[in-house]
Design a protein around this ligand. Structure first.
Ligand code: FES
Length: 95
């Protein structure tokens, strides 16, 4: 089974970009939720080059970091997506 976006009646759709690619989500969904629903299971690399995405899902491990609207090191599992967010992926040791 692959991740997917499931909408219910009354959900408010939103649109973000991830590395310039438009993705759709719904209001209330975390950035990690939007990425997972789009089939992105990993979006950065750790120091060893191993893929990273959601590990703990509760804001403890920092494996899910992304840059949101120019702000680095945002935990994707904790930040709710907002319509128009510009999200870029990042890896440790960058910039
Ligand atoms: S998945 Fe662990 S902090 Fe986000």
């Amino acid at each position: 089974m692959s991740p997917r976006l499931v909408r219910a009646d009354g959900d408010t759709p939103l649109r973000v970009t991830v590395d310039g690619q438009p993705l759709q989500g719904v209001r209330g969904q975390t950035i990690a939720g939007v990425l997972l629903a789009a089939g992105r299971l990993a979006w950065r690399e750790g120091p060893s080059g191993a893929p990273r995405g959601v590990f703990c899902g509760i804001g403890v491990c920092f494996d899910c970091l992304v840059t949101v609207n120019g702000l680095r090191d945002v935990r994707a599992c904790r930040r709710r997506a907002r319509d128009g967010d510009e999200i870029t992926t990042q890896s440790r040791g960058e910039g």
